[in-house]
Design a protein around this ligand. Structure first.
Ligand SMILES: [Zn+2]
Length: 199
């Protein structure tokens, strides 16, 4: 069924296709935008026959709220994602994502409620020398963050992208999404694409 979409004007939107939205908060790096959205799209194509339908990955650009970087701001970004369209919403921020849970530190990302999670590029940008490596690491991290949005547990296989990463270099060991995590993804995406009301 085609009906007008609330965040666009012109033409029509097919609401029978699930949507995954990358919400970029003050991120104007178009190459990075393409890397993240292409990575997600390729992943969905790779499991195409095992999910109800291949989602459309779209990008929304938003201003980043001014925050105190040494406060826990995750709740604020999760709340902003609640307003974004899509069955799954991945927020991307350039500012640090601080946590007080010991040891206090900047983290790579965190899940919000089922279907939403936030990725922070902050440590990747500061701890990665080459741009090519930065894109490679973030293309793996966005899969991990998608896993957090899908409530996947951390994988024990260090070569799997769904493993827990302590340092940005840990991403360099990731080679694949293991069979167990792939199955978990498929179960979760089936729920998020089928049973959840399209927003
Ligand atoms: Zn795994």
């Amino acid at each position: 069924m085609n009906r007008p979409d609330r965040d666009s004007d012109g033409g029509s939107v097919d609401n029978s296709i699930p949507r995954v939205t990358l919400v970029l908060f003050d991120i104007w790096d178009r190459d990075l935008e393409r890397t993240l959205s292409d990575t997600l799209q390729q992943f969905f194509f790779s499991i195409g026959e095992r999910i109800p339908s291949t989602p459309q990955v779209s990008v929304q650009n938003r201003p980043c709220p001014s925050i105190n970087p040494f406060e826990e701001n995750i709740g604020r970004f999760c709340k902003l994602l609640d307003d974004a369209p899509g069955n799954i919403r991945i927020g991307v921020i350039d500012v640090g994502l601080w946590t007080f849970s010991p040891p206090p530190r900047f983290i790579f990302g965190q899940g919000c409620r089922y279907g939403s999670a936030v990725l922070s590029t902050y440590r990747f940008r500061r701890e990665t020398q080459s741009r090519k490596l930065l894109h490679l690491r973030l293309s793996r991290e966005v899969i991990k963050i998608l896993g957090l949005a899908c409530n996947l547990d951390a994988c024990e296989d260090p070569q799997c992208m769904l493993t827990y990463h302590r340092a940005v270099e840990d991403l360099d060991r990731n080679r694949y999404i293991c069979r167990h995590c792939r199955d978990q993804f498929i179960a979760s995406l089936g729920e998020l694409f089928n049973n959840f009301q399209q927003r």
